[in-house]
Design a binder for this molecule. Structure first.
Ligand code: KIV
Length: 300
């Protein structure tokens, strides 16, 4: 593989029809997770087509061992922050554990919050055939849905850990059926997580909508990585499927160490970081020569 062309990032917002055209023309889709406005801006400017406000935030932001305790309120909160930072990328809010499985009506109410309160453009939902009726309900109501099959982090206990799925013929056939059911129900794209590359290639060839792989080999229509993994912010974790494009944990730690040294030695702050000395007026009026900068206090 493969003759897929690199995408030329255009400035207008990425939409569902654009993603479908990308599949048809063989342009690959780049998706990255984001959880706050600053990272969203950086990843958006870096050219990602989709920002996923993943429930992985439970692990990388909240320090949990699984994604299960993450709530709808928390994902909506992070969607709001991400939507303030991104201009071009589509924003997808991840539906947390059991937020879509109780009833389709409850799923719709929860999904609606990601769009109406969080500023997201779509939601992602883990599961195959069993969630197809929910996907249908959301899509009918105007909520674009991204599916997610293969390794399902919300089913970590049922799967016996974060393990590659689809290794036997039966398991592979079930994953293909799940992906087809999800697409048939109206999903505009499907994440394929933790499956053998040949299975991902087969699903990608059979699905009319884009597949976005993570630990699914090179033949999907797009790829997704957790931004903390991509940027090297997870020092204790380096799964086989992750490629680190930076070592920002080490860089950040070393920068903080230099700052601490300079505070302790008195090298920081130096004259250029201060506002000089002013001659005090007799009046009790505040001195108005230091305008506030976006909530961060005075600037020069
Ligand atoms: O929550 C998440 O970040 C995800 C991706 C890894 C696909 O679901």
């Amino acid at each position: 593989m493969s003759e897929k062309k690199p995408a030329a990032a255009s400035a207008s917002r990425v939409t569902v029809p654009r993603l479908l055209r990308m599949k048809q023309s063989g342009e690959r889709i780049a998706m990255v997770t984001a959880y706050d406005a600053t990272f969203a801006r950086m990843i958006d400017e870096g050219g990602a087509d989709i920002l996923l406000v993943g429930d992985s935030l439970g692990m990388v932001v909240q320090g949990l061992d699984t994604t299960l305790p993450v709530t709808v309120d928390e994902v909506v909160y992070h969607c709001r922050a991400v939507s303030r930072g991104a201009r071009r990328a589509m924003i997808v809010g991840d539906m947390p554990f059991l937020s879509a499985q109780i009833t389709p009506e409850e799923a719709l109410r929860n999904a609606g919050r990601f769009l109406a309160e969080g500023g997201a453009h779509a939601v992602k939902l883990e599961g195959g055939k069993s969630v197809a009726p929910v996907i249908r309900r959301l899509v009918e109501a105007g909520v674009p849905v991204m599916g997610h099959v293969g390794l399902l982090p919300q089913s970590v206990h049922a799967m016996g850990g974060f393990r590659v799925q689809g290794k036997t013929e039966d398991a592979a056939a079930r994953i293909l059926d799940d992906a087809l059911a999800v697409a048939e129900a109206g999903a505009f794209a499907v994440v394929l997580e933790g499956v053998p590359s040949d299975l991902a290639a087969r699903v990608t060839a059979e699905l009319p909508v884009p597949t976005i792989g993570i630990g699914a080999g090179p033949d999907c229509d797009g790829q997704v990585l957790v931004c903390y993994d991509l940027l090297g912010l997870t020092p204790d974790l380096k799964p086989k499927f992750v490629k680190r494009y930076a070592e920002q944990y080490a860089e950040g730690r070393d920068a903080v160490a230099r700052y601490c040294d300079e505070v302790r030695s008195g090298a920081f702050p130096s004259v250029e970081h201060g506002f000089g000395n002013v001659k005090r007026e007799e009046s009790a009026e505040p001195v108005a020569d230091a305008p506030a900068r976006a909530g961060y206090g005075p600037q020069a």
